[in-house]
Design a binder for this molecule. Sequence first.
Ligand SMILES: Cc1ncc(COP(=O)(O)O)c(C=O)c1O
Length: 400
Amino acid sequence: MAVRDQSTTQPLIARRAEWLPYHLPSIGEEEIAEVVDTLRSGWVTTGAKTQRFEQDFARILGVPEALAVASGTAAMHLALIVNGVQAGDDVIVPTYTFTATAEVVTYLGARPVLADVDPVTCNMTTETLQRVLTPRTRAVMVVHIAGQPCDMDPILEVARAHGLKVIEDAAHAFPARYRGRWVGTLGDAAAFSFYATKNITTAEGGMLVMPDPTARERARILALHGISRDAWKRYTAAGSWYYEVLASGYKYNLSDLHASLGLQQLRKVDRFHAIRRRYVARYQEGLRDLDAFSTPSEVSGTEHAWHLYLLRLRPGVLAIDRNTFIEELRARNIGTSVHFIPLHLHPYYRDIWGYHPGDFRAAEAAYEATVSLPLYPAMTERDVDDVIQAIHDIVGRNCR
Ligand SMILES: Cc1ncc(COP(=O)(O)O)c(C=O)c1O
């Protein structure tokens, strides 16, 4: 539909008739039926469906057990506790992430020590990690940004050399592989997120995966008020009213209502991933001849989860900056987002932890130039083409 752009009076040739949201979840009849089945069952909180969701997830990753929790944030919090992080410890966190990754460190009275990232992948590297190591460093949180696995082998080697625990923030990285191994099975713990925008969703939810059975057992107890294992069964015929409180825990359990969504989403994970890959290939092809951008790529030896498509403006090619580029897309009815505002630029990390703009140049440069394009199975190829066409239109009008 051609409409007039009032500022230039030129026709906007690539304006969609309808708003394309930055994200929509893919909730089908299967998810709806599973939730209705749970509602009718008389058991809506943690129970058999959550247990099945855990088992199905663990089977995919090839691990003995997974713990379903209320959020990815809860999973990270538990991971830090059972890996021995305590008040006074330092935990290294990349600045290029969502605040949850560092926030959980502060829950324990520990200090989030921020690190810069690789200028291309926006992932933490051994080099950026080693720059901020302190004698108090106890653990490292690695974030697989956008679903691109971090280069884990050298990171694990540095961590081992310094006696550090490695927690994977795999919120973006399901399904993803590193040198043939599943992301989420590489360190001492991994936290997945099933937040509404993630590759699979339970509306809110998360999963904790750990190789150490003792840590897993402890996390399971802490996730439900510190009460003895399987206490959730106490209202079933198989259960008993008796339970013991073994520790001061948390209310981090996932409900069967949420798990119902997860059970059905898991069955679609390969299909969703294939669609994401197809749309990424379409973006790559459609944007290939524009020198205004660097497009994301998959590092060799890894399989990208393609949670986000991070398009980066090359400096000096366009006459507009990233913010105006976003506004131009919005004017063409296309929603976008920005991942992430580096933590050290937020007032909290500045005022409480003493960080300043300029502390982490690679992260800042990436932040200032990057936009996340819509990428999700509920959109169509036609939608992808609309985004590509809109971008061509913007570039055509705004080249220097
Ligand atoms: C990198 C990253 N880590 C952690 C989280 C937190 O996950 P949740 O919302 O499930 O707590 C998010 C976003 O939600 C995220 O993007």
